[in-house]
Design a protein around this ligand. Structure first.
Ligand code: SAM
Length: 301
């Protein structure tokens, strides 16, 4: 017998199925919320938010507005990076009393570059159940649309704001053969792009995923050498929210070095060393002196 085709369900019927699932008492629900588009809330998230006895959140004003959009009003408990320990104690007492508590952040998945991890740790340590409600994540959304094909990725979150610490962190990340995923604030995006090119080399691919799921969403891929000019070409590119993805170091050494050698070799077939180095510097964004030295090596070798 051929398998029967499931009949389509109405949204109400799907919501009914979602509501029939078991949402145990004495459980902390870690609920992902949209990163820009209100339509990206899940049906399960709406169901849990409506069932919850209280919602623990990063910013009570933001969360009140968010809940209002879905026609919900709940008791809100502030749980931000400055009070996570005390908030955890209050939440544990309520969970032990049999309540369901939802934990949300301002946007996306709580505890991922957001408050929540300490609360989750304390709740689990107290022997209570924690249930994730999957949903929007800026990092995963950006990766899914990047076209970068490294087999794995490394979520690096926000880079340090100070130049020295940022460079040290980038040097640690440089050898990884995984796509590097960064979150970045708009006022630092240009500086970060420069630092990425200077430390990781100009040849790697970079993807800027800006304003994901919002009206002015933009996903741009180029080399690190080209990134500063792309950012400078439009003032809007210094605004909004960004995920920055950088191609990992290739298995056979740094991609940038291989690509630079390829460019130099082609140029050396046509021009003298000095001119080849000068043209290669314009193409790759690398320093002319270093390219001159490398061109001499390639010519002799
Ligand atoms: N927990 C969130 C998640 O799951 O993605 C991330 C919170 S983190 C404090 C905020 C950072 O996430 C922003 O600075 C930006 O780097 C990134 N981000 C959040 N929303 C974004 C969006 N719509 N488009 C691009 N990046 C976004």
């Amino acid at each position: 017998m051929p398998p029967s085709t499931p009949s389509a369900l109405s949204l109400d019927a799907i919501m009914g199925e979602v509501a029939q699932q078991i949402y145990p008492l004495s459980t902390l629900y870690v609920v992902a919320t949209p990163i820009g588009n209100a339509g990206d809330i899940t049906l399960r998230a709406l169901n849990v938010l409506s069932l919850a006895d209280a919602v623990a959140c990063e910013d009570t004003r933001n969360t009140a507005q968010l809940l209002q959009r879905y026609g919900l009003a709940k008791e809100l408990i502030a749980a931000h990076e400055h009070n996570e320990r005390e908030a955890a104690e209050r939440l544990i007492a309520r969970l032990q009393g049999g309540q369901r508590i939802a934990l949300v952040s301002d946007a996306g998945t709580p505890a991922v570059s957001d408050p929540g991890a300490r609360i989750v740790d304390a709740v689990r340590t107290a022997g209570l159940r924690v249930m994730p409600l999957p949903g929007a994540s800026a990092a995963v959304s950006a990766l899914s649309a990047s076209g970068l094909v490294d087999d794995c990725f490394f979520f690096a979150g926000f880079l340090p704001a100070k130049a020295k610490q940022r460079e040290a962190r980038l040097l640690e990340l440089k050898p990884l053969g995984a796509t590097l995923v960064f979150y970045e604030a708009p006022h630092r995006i240009a500086e970060t792009a420069e630092a990425l090119a200077a430390t990781l080399g100009p040849g790697r691919q970079v993807v800027f995923a800006r304003e994901l799921s919002k009206l002015f969403e933009e996903i741009h891929r180029c080399t690190l050498a080209e990134a500063p000019a792309w950012l400078a070409a439009d003032a809007h590119r210094h605004k909004g929210e960004f995920v920055v993805l950088v191609q990992g170091a290739a298995a056979q050494g740094d991609d940038g070095d291989a690509e630079t050698d390829r460019v130099l070799q082609i140029l050396l077939q046509e021009c003298p060393v000095k001119q080849a180095a000068s043209l290669a510097a314009q193409i790759t964004g690398r320093k002319k002196n270093a390219l001159y030295e490398r061109a001499l090596q390639l010519k002799d070798g």
